[in-house]
Write a protein that binds this ligand. Structure first.
Ligand SMILES: [Cu+2]
Length: 505
């Protein structure tokens, strides 16, 4: 319906214009051609003047009207340390181009009015004027030099890389069609190595799993940064050109396939502080959905965002990611919740080159777990508080293992035995029993002998680590004390174990 009305209006307008031009033709035939032309010149000159005044006033008014929505003005002062430099550079440029904008428009329309054709007047031919040439070459040259020098100085400040003694957080953003894949360095503070040849379905960034620095790297959905901390972002593209854009921080850098780039910046305003600033402006005190008074106000709903500033394909818009600037404490709490990509998605899968090997971080996790068990056991009274309550004085040595069928310790067993020796030093009066256990496959007598040999080997190893033999008792229980069913593989595996019992504290 609307379309039909628009079409009809256009048709009517065309008819009106045709009729007017017909009228003018008739009129000029009556009044004489020249007279009509002069009159039309006069009218057009005046119309151009009117247009100029309206246009200039509206240009200024619309900028004023929109000022609280524009980056750099109102609540949108830069939220990064370097942003102010760029904003002031922008304002200086705006000042000069603003003057040129107003002057050229006045000249354009006023001259069209002033030098309209008048009866009897004749144009003068004016071929050259040295003074004018000098003036309109020199003024722009001086202004341009000033802008370029100021811009260069700003560029050098903004684009400076980190200094060797800077304390920074280095993260990585990889652009691909159509998202930003973020990577954080984890507890070691260093991003692990990557190689594009290793990119696969379960390794989207091509991380090299033989590099231990990759073990704690994690891939969050949102970009969280602590306020007032210098951040260096490594920017990478996996397919086409993208552009890493944080408008509120005046950060923008292209992500170029095959050419890693970076940007260093320091966020200076938390998300909360930015919202608070927005809340002071009426523009941001309206509901997100104007028809729903239950929807949040615009300032409450505000979040910083990471966008892609390169039109990279049809789903380009979906590259948006939320950015949160938080206090140091909130940041650390968030960090503690993040899971390493390697540990949650790769570890001990077929694609893990370290499958079956004990890694440094696991040795540490095992040590922490063993210490925790002892801490609990040493404060325990030994009297079970409830029937079926776990016996805290009995601790499984899950990482003390033997070559299959024999009594030789596997190479990785030394880690947990070392930890145990340390604990024995910490509690010098403690005495323990080392118990060897098997599952029920094979002959019970042979099983008992094997478990005794294994317990003895464990004891001897601890003695070589400096634990007095009198504090250690080795007992082979064979298959007599299963802790799980012997009917399944998993159950049998649990039953084959080395267990220690605290006999005296
Ligand atoms: Cu993109």
């Amino acid at each position: 319906m609307t379309a039909l009305i628009i079409l009809l209006s256009i048709a009517l307008l065309v008819i009106v214009i045709l009729q007017i031009s017909k009228l003018t033709e008739l009129y000029s035939r009556i009044r004489g051609e020249e007279e009509v032309e002069l009159r039309s010149n006069r009218n057009q000159g005046r119309a151009l003047l009117l247009f100029m005044i309206g246009f200039l006033i509206l240009s200024v008014l619309s900028a004023y009207w929109m000022k609280n929505y524009m980056l750099g003005y109102g609540p949108h002062k830069s939220a990064s340390a370097h942003g102010g430099t760029l904003d002031s550079l922008f304002n200086v440029t705006l000042f000069f181009t603003g003057i040129v904008f107003v002057l050229t428009h006045i000249a354009l329309f006023y001259l069209a009015y002033r030098y309209k054709r008048v009866k009897g007047s004749k144009a003068t031919h004016w071929s050259h004027n040295n003074t004018l040439e000098i003036v309109w070459s020199a003024i722009p040259a001086v202004v341009m030099t000033y802008l370029v020098v100021k811009g260069l100085l700003a560029w050098n400040t903004v684009m400076a890389d980190i200094k060797p003694d800077d304390s920074i957080l280095e993260i990585e953003a990889t652009g691909y069609q159509f998202a930003w894949h973020l990577r954080y360095p984890g507890a070691d503070g260093v991003l692990g190595a990557r190689d594009y040849k290793k990119v696969s379905a379960d390794n989207p960034l091509g991380q090299d799993w033989t590099d231990p620095k990759n073990f704690d790297d994690f891939h969050p959905d949102e970009l969280w940064l602590p306020v007032n901390k210098k951040v260096r972002v490594r920017i990478i593209a996996r397919d086409v050109l993208h552009s890493f854009f944080l408008p509120h921080f005046r950060v923008k850098m292209d992500a170029v396939p095959g050419l890693p780039t970076y940007f260093v910046f320091t966020p200076t305003k938390t998300t909360e502080e930015y919202r608070e600033e927005l809340s002071k402006y009426p523009e941001y005190n309206v509901h997100k959905d104007p028809n729903d008074p239950a929807s949040p106000l615009l300032w409450e709903d505000f979040n910083y965002e990471l966008a892609c500033a390169e039109l990279c394909g049809k789903s380009h818009y979906s590259m948006r990611r939320i950015v949160r600037i938080v206090s140091e404490d909130e940041y650390n709490a968030w960090l503690a919740k993040q899971q390493s990509y390697y540990q949650s998605s790769i570890r001990n899968k077929d694609s893990d080159p370290n499958k079956g090997k004990l890694l440094g971080f696991e040795i540490k996790q095992n040590r922490d777990a063993l210490n925790f068990s002892f801490d609990k056991a040493m404060v325990d009274t030994g009297i079970p508080s409830a029937p079926g309550a776990p016996d805290l004085k009995t601790i499984q040595l899950d990482f003390v293992q033997f070559e299959s069928g024999g009594s030789a310790l596997t190479a990785d067993s030394k880690y947990q035995l070392n930890d145990l020796a340390e604990i024995m030093k910490k509690y010098p009066t403690m005495r323990i029993e080392l118990g060897g256990h098997t599952d029920n496959t094979g002959d019970p007598v042979i099983n008992k002998t094997l478990s005794q040999q294994r317990a003895d080997v464990t004891k001897s190893f601890l003695v070589t680590l400096g634990v007095n033999a009198s504090r250690l008792t080795a007992v082979g229980y064979g298959q007599t004390k299963p802790i799980d069913t012997n009917d399944t593989d998993a159950g049998r595996q649990k039953n084959r174990r080395t267990e220690l019992k605290i006999i005296a504290q």
